[in-house]
Design a protein around this ligand. Sequence first.
Ligand SMILES: Cc1cc2nc3c(=O)[nH]c(=O)nc-3n(C[C@H](O)[C@H](O)[C@H](O)COP(=O)(O)OP(=O)(O)OC[C@H]3O[C@@H](n4cnc5c(N)ncnc54)[C@H](O)[C@@H]3O)c2cc1C
Length: 278
Amino acid sequence: MTVLAPEAVPARPPVPYRVAERTRETPDTSTIVLEPLRAALPPFSPGQFAMVYAFGVGDIPLSVSRIEETRFAHTVRTVGAVSGRIHRLETGATVGVRGPFGVGWDLSAAVGRDLLVVAGGLGLAPLRPLITAALADPRLYGRLNVLIGARSPGDLCYGAERERWRAAGAGVLTTVDRPDDTWRGDVGVVTGLLNRAAFDPGQAAAFLCGPEVMMRATARELVRRGAAPERIQLSLERTMHCGTGHCGHCQLGPLLLCRDGPVIDWTAAEPLLNVREL
Ligand SMILES: Cc1cc2nc3c(=O)[nH]c(=O)nc-3n(C[C@H](O)[C@H](O)[C@H](O)COP(=O)(O)OP(=O)(O)OC[C@H]3O[C@@H](n4cnc5c(N)ncnc54)[C@H](O)[C@@H]3O)c2cc1C
């Protein structure tokens, strides 16, 4: 299988990938595993994203939610035309993919430290390959805690995998805003789980993804508990089109988030997060 040189990727048209597997996570969210039809793109790192083109509809940025050798997965939630089309794709369908784009999670910053992963809703998707990587090499890190918040029990993804994370030694806590009659877990915002997670804020490395209000609240609470702002990483979403730092749609202050992000640390993010997207 041919692998394209990374510097050649941005100028190239989308590369065809086939939907090899499809899992319906919730009524409006699916995970698709993509495999190359011909040449594969260069490998993705956890936290990076691709521009995924649904032919005849358009392309959107999607984070990689699983990384294999030449295959990778996206978990997509329907919010509009393109995400809806990708959510409905059946096994065997073809999409066009450009990437890998952006700066992913810096897991090396967590070596020798407790890891705290905090996800809101579909924010768990870009964090999933980070959790997989940390569990693959547990001797490198301290305790791993994964705190997950969702709107309702029906919005929680990766049920079987969350059990595997627990079985592998991770502390996995979930909370929902709106419980149903069967829910036995926590209720309320994800920051409410911090008291129950076994980690040392003073030395931990934190990785956050979800709604900005949730990431702001979590980062501030971690700093209040003694966490170092530069060891809090978060993934930011802005409208993106080119993925290569040219069109400017994803500008946030001095940053072009498709190129300089989407993962940045709290020292860079805090002063920028009150800037609204145009
Ligand atoms: C780096 C990055 C990674 C992403 N990863 C994922 C992922 O793994 N899975 C996933 O489902 N989605 C992800 N998204 C969001 C996804 O790109 C948008 O949902 C998608 O672009 C919507 O396109 P659409 O044509 O379906 O809907 P549109 O018609 O474009 O939009 C429908 C509605 O969604 C809102 N919307 C559009 N884009 C965004 C956005 N980026 N953030 C918040 N609201 C938005 C619009 O304002 C509108 O209200 C990511 C976005 C970025 C920037």
